[in-house]
Design a protein around this ligand. Structure first.
Ligand code: UDP
Length: 383
């Protein structure tokens, strides 16, 4: 029986704790500096509307991974949910991700899938090896679609020139030559019936798991444990001694609407650079099975993370990757610790990636014969 410290009570830490409790006899302490479990997925009922609010922004669970889907459902019921985003642009309101309806409406055409594909090919900018986000977008869709839906939103979201950003970010946003307007291309998609926090609570309820909230971690505590799993920000672990990695944070202006429906859709994106926010989320639409007479919505803004802000999105600009390498080298000198999750490994991961990697990490730890790596690698790891 070992004493194990898990820093962070989001999906990374909770899945790991749940699995180690189920498959070993280790004593597990899960710490979180916030006053609640579930990290960025935390949900709570807003009073007085009674609407279930995704406090750090909406999370729609989606995955094509059978293992993850079967696993998560042990901890709560998921109600099927498709994410149909609308986009406000200078040229009108369209459906996202860019699909056949978007293309036909923007270009005032009535293409079938093959015609649309040929048309987009004909307007795409010829760039043999796109080296950054903007080049990737121009090569994929040409300049009108890029200017209408992508450029302004991306500048607001990331706070930099899209030519500085990695092309990989755009892979999250497909172009479809069908009328399928579901934001995600995943086999399974849903919203937890009673919220994410209830799911994480069930994961953490085991006699060998103790949870301490409002507890800022200090790395001198490592000596009191046989092993540490750290899912906080890797630069924070080292008190940012080499400098801060670039993260974007998001913040919300929330408003109550005294009526049943403020905007008619869960998420509306604002793609123009001139509108200061990126999206408006109306939470009642994430639980369409519930009735509420008033509604709450969040305007989402993005900004650079400063001391005290919560990091959300790793920027991964060239200078960040250089700094990350240095932090990883420092981390390799630390004994008996592994880093995990979006912040611990500084990668743009979704919930299902995080869950899969924590499942892999737990099984590697439970069955290992030698020491676990500081940054374990797994088959099918998210890049
Ligand atoms: N994006 C965009 N316009 C949109 C939505 C997304 O340009 O209306 C770009 C933007 O650069 C964003 C990326 O696509 O960062 C990924 O979008 P996604 O919706 O997956 O971001 P998330 O939900 O993780 O914030």
């Amino acid at each position: 029986m070992a004493k194990i410290l898990i820093v962070g009570a989001g999906f990374s830490g909770a899945v790991l704790a749940q699995q180690l409790a189920a498959h070993t006899d280790h004593k597990l302490l899960v710490l979180d500096e916030r006053s609640h479990i579930a990290g960025h997925c935390h949900t709570e009922r807003h009073q007085p509307t009674g609407v279930m609010v995704h406090v750090y922004g909406p999370h729609i669970f989606n995955t094509s991974n059978d293992v993850v889907w079967n696993y998560i459902q042990q901890f709560g019921k998921f109600v099927p949910n498709l994410n149909r985003v609308k986009a406000v642009t200078d040229r009108g309101i369209f459906s996202l991700p860019i699909n056949l309806l978007t293309i036909n409406q923007l270009f005032k055409k009535s293409f079938n899938p093959r015609e649309a594909e040929a048309f987009i090919k004909s307007i795409a900018v010829r760039i043999d090896e796109p080296a950054n986000f903007e080049e990737q977008a121009l090569a994929m869709m040409g300049s009108l679609l890029y200017e209408t839906f992508i450029r302004g939103y991306t500048i607001k979201q990331w706070g930099c020139d899209p030519r500085e950003l990695p092309a990989s970010i755009l892979k999250r946003l497909p172009i479809r030559f069908t009328y399928d307007d579901n934001y995600y291309h995943s086999k399974y998609q849903g919203i937890p019936f009673d919220g994410y926090t209830a799911i994480i609570e069930r994961m953490l309820s085991h006699p060998n798991i103790s949870v301490k909230l409002e507890q800022r971690y200090d790395r001198t505590w490592n000596q009191d444990f046989d092993y540490v799993f750290y899912s906080g920000a890797i630069d924070d672990y080292f008190a940012c001694q080499l400098g801060r990695l670039g993260y974007r944070t998001i913040y919300f202006e929330s408003e109550v609407f005294n009526g049943a429906d403020y905007q008619g859709n869960p998420v509306i994106n604002y793609c123009q650079e001139s509108v200061p926010y990126n999206r408006i989320h109306e939470h009642r639409h994430f639980t369409p099975w519930e009735d509420h007479s008033a509604s709450i919505y969040f305007r989402e803004y993005s900004k650079e993370t400063e001391a005290g802000d919560i990091p959300f999105y790793p920027k991964r600009l060239a200078r960040d990757i250089t700094l990350l390498k240095k932090y990883r080298e420092l981390a390799q000198n630390e004994a008996k610790i592994s880093f995990l999750g979006r912040l611990g490994t500084y990668r743009y991961m979704d919930m299902h990636h995080v869950i899969q990697e924590s499942l892999d990490m737990a099984s590697k730890f439970a069955s290992h014969t030698g020491p676990l790596e500081t940054f374990p690698t797994f088959p099918n790891q998210h890049p």
